[in-house]
Design a protein around this ligand. Structure first.
Ligand code: AMP
Ligand code: ZN
Length: 467
């Protein structure tokens, strides 16, 4: 398989440290708010990568952290802890916020068919490991204490900007929100490993440490959690492109200084989902969530298909118009699959040829949009329905678009509930026309209870049963 590696900025053959085995790490969500559909674009593409690696025969161990402490408003170690911000916003404790938004994140993942990683580890579970890594970095001379905080000394490294071709302005994209100067830093690029001094006296979560009561920096979490569950050699590390700097750059600095050898071979970065105002971000306030899409009648899997139709290394612009087009294509596709029969035995040579086409697309830097077109090739292929079903089932192990669920669905015309659904939708349309929102909402709830997904497109309303 060929993958683009941010380390070296070239497409490279993917060869893991141990043949056949892949240690994979993913930066998990900062659980102070709902994930927006931009965050979820990254998790969808990482999910496809993981599933494709498994499909290609690798034994994958995928680890994800949950950031429930240490991620400050600016990625460059300044501002308030995001978790504290969330707790204040909702008048709850930090741990209540963390639990609520962790559950909400995985509920969204379930709706998008994103598999749960093999290991999910909240940062607050690993304080002893963080303290141990910081102590070793101090012992080795890679860190120093200043003004009560422990800092990583980037001047001790041969190369700090490992994702080479980015200049400092590009890299600064990762430094969100306002950046304040920290006078304790010996070098501009030094970063905090352990905080004991926070301007925010009400920082809720603090722990004893050799440097005083405090809390870990954000970057140390991922280095430690990866080492804890993936060992000293990581094959592939994933995240959104905004994480490349400073977060991933700092992870590499600390991990390699601690380990004394190269750490992670491949870096997989997903480009951003943008909206009309630019990069979708939580700090802008009114961001789009999966629940919002659902409340507008969209099936979350249509959003997954929307993401798969473009390459992970290209920015993707969201608009309802393009999502509507995708919904139409997805529904048409499902209809065609629903009409597949079950007769015949699988024609293995034809199946292999179609699967080979899929592999060719995905082996070329995870070309998911070509991967999706293979689904159409299968439907058009000169093969029997049993073969088509078999191949679609195989492809869906990676694409997770509920392709076979469509084949197993009772065709609409045969469902005795259909007439009632049609009547309710007509009543809802009438109520909305009359601005009778109470009736429209009541009907929407009734339809949801009947497991009906209503999709408003600009050409009118369509509907189907949820899986
Ligand atoms: P966070 O919860 O802010 O730590 O972010 C979770 C993941 O979403 C990280 O991998 C980010 O790089 C990624 N991310 C943040 N904003 C976007 C966006 N607009 N599009 C795609 N990925 C994003
Ligand atoms: Zn991380």
């Amino acid at each position: 398989m060929i993958l683009y590696n941010s380390l070296g900025q070239t497409k490279q053959e993917f060869v893991p440290h141990t043949p056949g085995k892949v240690n994979m790490y993913t930066c998990g969500p900062t659980v102070y708010h709902y994930a927006h559909i931009g965050n979820l674009r990254t998790y969808i593409m990482e999910d496809v990568l993981e599933k494709y690696l498994r499909f290609a025969g690798f034994d994958v161990n995928r680890v994800m952290n949950i950031t429930d402490v240490g991620h400050l408003s600016s990625d460059a170690d300044t501002g308030e802890d995001k978790m504290l911000k969330g707790a204040k916003r909702e008048h709850k404790t930090v741990m209540e916020i963390a639990q609520f938004y962790t559950d909400a994140f995985f509920a969204d993942c379930d709706k998008l068919n994103i598999k749960r990683p093999d290991v999910v580890e909240p940062a607050t579970n690993c304080i002893d490991e963080f303290i141990d890594m910081v102590s070793v970095l101090l012992d080795k001379g890679y860190a120093y204490v200043a003004g009560g905080n422990v800092y990583f000394d980037t001047s001790k490294l041969d190369t700090y900007y490992v994702f080479g071709n980015m200049n400092e302005d590009d890299l600064a994209v990762g430094v969100r929100d306002s950046v304040e100067e920290d006078e304790n830093k010996r070098n501009k690029t030094d970063f905090v490993l352990w905080f004991t001094k926070s301007k925010f006296e009400d920082q809720e979560l603090k722990w004893e440490s050799p440097w005083g009561v405090g809390y870990p920096g954000w970057h140390i979490e991922c280095s430690c959690i990866s080492k804890k569950h993936n060992g000293e050699y990581l094959d592939i590390h994933c995240g959104g492109i905004d994480n490349a700097f400073p977060h991933h750059t700092n992870e590499i600095a600390q991990s390699e200084a601690y380990l004394g050898h190269p750490w992670c071979k491949y870096w997989f970065h997903v480009l951003h989902l943008n909206d009309a105002r630019g990069k979708m971000s939580k700090s802008k306030g009114d961001f789009l969530t999966v629940s919002l899409l659902e409340s507008k009648g969209y099936d979350p899997i249509a959003y997954r298909m929307f993401c798969l139709q473009s390459h992970y290394r290209k920015p993707l612009t969201f608009s309802y118009e393009s999502l509507d087009n995708c919904v139409k294509a997805y529904e048409k596709l499902r209809k065609r699959i629903t009409s597949l029969g079950t007769d015949g035995a699988v024609e293995q040579d034809k199946a292999d040829a179609l699967l080979g086409k899929f592999r060719e697309a995905m082996d070329n830097d995870l070309n998911t949009s070509l991967g999706v077109t293979v689904v159409y090739d299968v439907l058009k292929a000169d093969a029997n329905d049993a073969t088509k079903r078999y191949v679609l089932g195989e492809l869906d192990k990676v694409l997770s678009l509920n392709l076979l669920a469509a084949a197993e669905e009772t065709p609409k015309a045969e469902n005795p509930q259909d007439a009632e659904v049609e009547a309710l939708i007509a009543k809802r349309t009438e109520a909305r026309k009359n601005k009778d929102w109470a009736t429209a909402d009541a009907i929407r709830d009734q339809l949801a209870a009947m497991k009906v997904v209503v999709v408003d497109t600009k050409d009118g309303i369509s509907w189907h049963y949820a899986e």
